[in-house]
Design a binder for this molecule. Sequence first.
Ligand code: ATP
Length: 440
Amino acid sequence: MDIIASVFDRHSKCASCNKLFKLSSKRRKCVICKLLYCKRCSVKESHPHLGFLAPKRYCLSCYNEQPSRTTKKKTSNGQIQPDSPMLQRRETAAEKEQRLPQGWQNMVTAVGISNEELEENKDSIVGIMSFMLEGVKPMPSRMSFDLTMSNRVQLLQTNPEEIYQIIRKIGEGGSGSVYVVKNSQNNETFALKRIRPKNDKQREEIVNEIALTVLSQNPNVLSYYESYDYNGFIWIVVELMKGNLTDLILDRWGRIPENLMAYISREVIRGLAFLHHQHRIHRDIKSDNVLISLDGKVKLGDFGYAAQLTTDQDKRHTVVGTPSWMAPELVVGSDYDTKVDIWSLGIVLLEMAEGEPPYLRENPMKALYLIASAAPPRLQNRTKWSEDFKSFVEQCLVKEPNERASSDTLLTHPFIVNVPSDAEQQFSRFLNEWAQSKRR
Ligand SMILES: Nc1ncnc2c1ncn2[C@@H]1O[C@H](COP(=O)(O)OP(=O)(O)OP(=O)(O)O)[C@@H](O)[C@H]1O
């Protein structure tokens, strides 16, 4: 009997309050410090998927010490190791609110929620907002990114011309030609980019471009279908668009209504925010790489210069891109990050308003010198444009990258928040009228 009692009626001391409690199972142990705690001095947390089948218990101090983002776990021998998201302490509404970008309230009122409703339901609205802006992925290591890349890029070795019939050539890029093609199996049309790599390095760059396109699939990024490695060429099949923003700008600059410029900017920033959340830089944002379709869609294309930041290399310093759109920190060879895309977006806005980027007519060397040394460019005609538009451009074109707005912050700027709800249809009508006028 004594033996049975000792098994079923063992008592232990709580490591926090010293109270004796009945030890019925190991679940009284804090999973972090491994000491025993009574019910009052510990927290039981359910597994997000397995629920009560796999709960974990933490003592209050280990539970509260967990920083919500980079949670670390103490092992029994006192070492610190990265932890699973499950161990993260739940953030309070006030903490969540602190993480929201400046001006988030504008975003809420823009979707028709009044200030009174916002005050009344602040906690739940803050919860929704922080969920929407969630999605910032942890930065991968070089090794894990290379592994993901090699798993996701598949180059078919068969002849693509057995499936894709070339209809006509769209254009010629620096690296290859782009064609409209028709898939003979389903009669759908696509764009096909055909490149003949000159050497192994260029081949590697093309595979990098494909990988970053594949990994960046989003409604504001050109859709990717498949690629082939056949007959000395790399063939990349992507969604067919009407053309690029440059074509529209060359014809209609200064006459694109401001609300449509805001819509185009919003779509570009949505694509950028998605890339930036994954610590990816496009590095060649310019009107040529913003593709548009007659149904009003706006997508980022050409990932030829895109780069993935990793824990091994969280900044870049290689000077790549197209001179007039390059950010000052990139031009001077300093370390740079995702903020270079924001500068380039500011230049795209100047293109839409004024027809071309600053310094386009200068010798490229002089252009780079001016970007680095002159005051940031601004919209020339100060009376023609709204305060919101001018302020938006100014927030993109800040020379100091740390002071330049991020893609998340720009999404909450009034210029973007006030984009009309039918802007996509308006843009589609505008493009169709433009296409018709060109046909005449
Ligand atoms: N998916 C697509 N749908 C429609 N047109 C496209 C598509 N992709 C590219 N184009 C057009 O084809 C032309 C050549 O594109 P490409 O990306 O090769 O040019 P590029 O940007 O000059 O190239 P690179 O940056 O490699 O020098 C451009 O006019 C571009 O707008």
